[in-house]
Design a protein around this ligand. Structure first.
Ligand SMILES: [Zn+2]
Ligand SMILES: [Zn+2]
Length: 156
């Protein structure tokens, strides 16, 4: 996990001030360790900075992702989500049942990045998103019958 002081220095080096909004956005993404939409980020930021409006958060998030502090991913129909930038390439697994986002092992993606070296010089974006059923949801469907009644899903 990237440390917050590191992110603060990075912003300052690029000539941007660490406004309260930007600081709280970084704190939120750091503490929730998640893949959050701008609306989610705004809700969490507004708890700490009452009255902050969505467009302010939106602009700050756009700036932070342009600076490479945040990564933006288009994962599913839910729209773009943001997370703190990670050095290692990583792919995402999105569970259709519960909506949680998990990270894939980076090994195979690093191999792809390596393969690109023969034809290109830099990789700006390497994106892999797998949509399916996570282990937990898969278990609750096929494992021993739990007491919790499963919602009636669409038939085949
Ligand atoms: Zn799931
Ligand atoms: Zn991620």
């Amino acid at each position: 996990m990237t440390s917050l002081p590191h992110l603060h220095r990075l912003l300052r080096r690029r000539g941007y001030r660490l406004t309260p909004q930007r600081r709280v956005i970084l704190q939120v993404l750091n503490s929730l360790d998640g893949h959050l939409t701008v609306e989610h980020i705004h809700r969490a930021v507004a708890e700490r900075l009452p009255g902050v409006d969505l467009s302010t958060v939106y602009r700050a998030v756009r700036l932070l992702s342009r600076l490479g502090v945040l990564d933006r991913h288009e994962l599913a129909e839910g729209g773009a989500v943001y997370e703190l930038h990670r050095e290692a390439c990583h792919g995402h697994f999105v569970c259709e049942q519960c909506g949680q986002v998990l990270h894939l092992e980076s090994g195979p993606l690093e191999a792809v990045r390596h393969a690109v070296r023969h034809v290109g010089t830099t990789v700006r974006k390497l994106s892999v998103t797998v949509v399916g059923t996570c282990a937990r949801c898969g278990q609750s469907r096929t494992g021993t019958r739990r007491t919790r009644a499963a919602p009636a899903g669409p038939g085949r």
